[in-house]
Design a protein around this ligand. Structure first.
Ligand code: MN
Length: 402
């Protein structure tokens, strides 16, 4: 139990303690979230309350992410003491700020961004929508976690407005492209993994080394302009239909807070190559929730994903590509087997053919200007309760005019 008032009721209690960066009195400070407060970690380290080797005194989490597992563990253990022990309260309480006075910003320098395509239900749905009558999965899909390199520089923190992208798209029934605002702007509800400890160029990271490199988890919305994407993606994959913005939650949940959330996954069929084999294949039991203008429209179950985060990491380095601190890789759209468990509006409205009615009574296929989408999630916590991952939210603004 934390002595911070109401902390345990928020999903951000003592067993969670996610890390972020907030603006305090005009300065960016690493912080940990407890309830609806941010604890100033730079201040805590300067006051001698904790020792992170000086890695929490900068303007972002990069040095702390790079410091590795023993530092992560030590700091978390110390923060747990400081925020639960009543005797520490007089020294710690002055370093707490209500979140209302401490707006979060992007907490890390995103190095490389990779996005996978690891939900079998999602890949099958997309296959059926775009290639009706053909096998929904392409031949490689069950042999490797399909992915692409995205644009790190346009990863934005939750709450950042999303300007409707413009680009080339080919409207139905025509054979030539036109230029203009996307008419099929969509979301992808995903789970992202933040790399802390880098790896050496030329040396693959094995499936068993996942927790040595990955610091934690953020929710991701991979905004997608389906019309731009459909015209441009062959033969080299997603480009401008994705790269205009990718939103991430403001608070990174450390893997240590998710130790009770791992669940065993069924064996893969066909069997995968050796470098992708895990002695015990485990996924995270995160229950996602997608809200469109205050209407809950979908509840994707992350544990239904076919490829695990450890397999994704092993695959993305198997050619010798190295990791950098701040690398972010996301799962791909998370879709469960049911229609109300899918992670994109493309699937929810079946390619835009089955409009959805929101609580306001209005109908939607894809996003309209000023629509808001929020992706949330909960997970089993180590204390037997549930924790709440920091939401990722965004509102669509009209396209720029010339
Ligand atoms: Mn995606």
């Amino acid at each position: 139990m934390s002595w911070v008032p109401q902390a345990e009721q928020t999903g951000f209690g003592i067993s969670h303690l996610p890390y972020g960066v907030v603006v305090l009195d005009g300065r960016r400070r690493p912080a940990v979230r407890i309830g609806d407060h941010a604890l100033d970690l730079a201040g805590a380290e300067a006051a001698g309350l904790l020792d992170a080797g000086g890695t929490l005194r900068g303007e972002n989490l990069d040095p702390f992410l790079a410091a590795g597992r023993s530092v992560w563990r030590g700091v978390r253990r110390r923060l747990t003491e400081l925020l639960s022990d009543e005797q520490a309260r007089p020294a710690v309480e002055p370093l707490l700020r209500p979140l209302a006075d401490a707006p979060p910003v992007l907490p890390l320098t995103v190095a490389d961004f990779v996005d996978f395509y690891s939900s079998e239900h999602h890949a099958s749905n997309v296959g059926e929508i775009f290639r009706p009558g053909q096998p929904p999965l392409l031949p490689n899909w069950k042999h490797l976690p399909v992915g692409y390199h995205g644009r790190a520089g346009t990863v934005v923190v939750s709450g950042t407005p999303i300007v409707r992208p413009r680009g080339q798209r080919r409207l139905a029934e025509t054979d030539h492209p036109t230029f203009g605002p996307s008419t099929r702007l969509d979301i992808e509800a995903e789970v992202g993994f933040v790399v802390g400890v880098p790896s050496q160029l030329g040396v693959p990271v094995r499936v068993g080394e996942f927790a040595e490199h990955v610091f934690g988890v953020v929710l991701v919305n991979d905004w997608s302009a389906r019309d731009i994407q459909a015209w441009e993606y062959q033969p080299l994959g997603p480009f401008l239909g994705k790269s205009f913005a990718t939103s991430v939650g403001a608070w990174i949940t450390p893997l240590e807070a998710l130790e009770a959330a791992w669940v065993d996954l069924p064996p893969q069929d066909p069997p995968v190559l050796d470098y992708l084999q895990e002695p015990r294949r485990r996924g995270l039991d995160l229950a996602l929730a997608v809200t469109w203008n205050n209407t809950l429209v979908s509840s994707p179950p992350f544990a239904s994903t076919y490829w695990t985060p450890a397999q994704q990491l092993a695959h993305l380095t198997v050619n010798g590509a190295s990791l950098r601190t701040g690398d972010l890789y996301a799962s791909g759209t998370v879709s469960g087997p049911e229609r109300d468990q899918v992670g994109s509006f493309l699937e929810l409205t079946w390619g835009g053919t089955e409009p959805l009615r929101l609580a306001s009574g209005s109908k939607r296929t894809f996003l309209t200007d000023h629509d808001s989408v929020t992706i949330g999630a909960t997970a089993p916590a180590v204390d037997g309760g549930r924790l709440t991952l920091a939401e990722v939210t965004g509102t669509v603004l009209p396209a720029r005019e010339d």
